[in-house]
Design a protein around this ligand. Structure first.
Ligand code: 13P
Length: 338
């Protein structure tokens, strides 16, 4: 492992109040989002959409790195330039999703385990040769009747740790993503309890597998009530619950925390991130930022809908969300920016 190289990548990813853009939807997930909007689910449409994203003017003013998918990291723009060259030319660091999605955890009542450890070392080496500098692995935890179980939490935490140490060995910064889903009627307190338990277990496993905490990033969910929870929650309550949970469970050696958006509205994600910075910045041992997919892309996707004539407007919407989130990282986001 070249430690300095990993630290340099992290420093660049976290510099200047910028954040990450997750554009690493699997083919199945991307197709699902396309189908919802009547966009053809073809490799050509996916390529055109991803080209639109990475060629967005001034994206690099707010975005330091993008997370790509196996299909996307190998693609080219219509004029034949590789996506990786387009990104590198504007100083955006390319990363890659390396998990193979979730499957049922046997005998666990619908709980999930993330696949992809078999053959991972070889795949990581290939991605490094292609030009990726960081990676992502997502574990999914569901809150429901009698779940999550300890068995599910530990199995996913161990997989995250084994992935992370293989990344460091290969020279990639691991982004460790344990996502507690928003689906359900749970309260913010229940989300906090489950998130804390998951994070404590993840960091125990990272320690056991000898992951260098200084050379990784964490990508957690914000602590939120479930989508079906009736009780309203303010931005300040979310900020407080999230930061208190992270302060209790994430070692100060971790350099950065980049939140996923998880199905929140774009505006809510920006406002909540902003509240964390406004209320807590001086108390935080780590840099906090965003690594959103839906909360940055969704407005742009809804404008584009596979129409070339809408590409420019879609890019403006994408850049706007990126700008709002960078403002949030400075504690300068207000609804007036919308
Ligand atoms: P969302 O921001 O849409 O939750 O996606 C983030 C991500 O990378 C999920 O793995």
């Amino acid at each position: 492992m070249n430690m300095q190289q990993l630290l340099n990548t992290i420093k660049s990813l976290l510099a200047h109040d910028k954040g990450l853009l997750a554009m690493d939807e699997s083919v199945a997930t991307c197709n699902k989002r396309f189908a919802n909007l009547g966009i053809p689910q073809t490799i050509d449409a996916r390529r055109a959409y991803r080209e639109l994203i990475i060629t967005t003017p001034n994206l690099n003013e707010s975005i330091s790195g993008v997370i790509l998918y196996d299909e996307t990291i190998r693609q080219h723009t219509a004029d034949g330039t590789s996506f990786l060259k387009v990104l590198n030319d504007v100083g955006i660091i390319p990363g890659i999703k390396v998990d193979k999605g979730t499957e049922e955890l046997a005998h666990h009542n619908g709980e999930k385990i993330t696949a992809g450890l078999d053959g991972l070392r070889d795949r990581l080496n290939e991605y490094v040769a292609l030009g990726a500098r960081f990676a992502k692995w997502r574990a999914v935890i569901i809150i429901g009747e009698g779940i999550p179980t300890q068995g599910c939490i530990e199995a996913n935490a161990q997989a995250l740790a084994r992935y992370a140490v293989l990344c460091q060995e290969a020279g990639l910064v691991p982004i460790v993503e344990p996502e507690v889903l928003m689906e359900g009627a749970h309260t913010i307190e229940q989300c906090s309890e489950v998130t804390e338990k998951m994070l404590r277990t993840v960091f125990k496993q990272l320690y056991l597998q000898r992951v260098v905490l200084e050379a990784m990033l964490l990508k957690p969910n914000m602590v939120l009530p479930g989508l079906a929870c009736a009780k309203p929650t303010s931005e300040d309550e979310v900020a407080e619950a999230t930061i208190n949970c992270l302060l209790r469970s994430v070692p100060a050696a971790v350099p950065g925390i980049a939140f996923l958006s998880g199905g929140q509205s774009s505006e809510a994600a920006s406002a909540r991130l902003n509240a964390m910075h406004v209320k807590f910045k001086s108390r935080l041992p780590w840099t906090i930022t965003f690594s959103f997919a839906r909360a940055i892309q969704q407005p742009a996707l809804e404008i584009w809908r596979n129409q070339t004539s809408k590409a420019l407007a879609a890019q403006q919407a994408l850049a706007h969300r990126a700008t709002c989130n960078r403002a949030a990282n400075r504690g300068e986001y207000t609804p007036a920016l919308e």
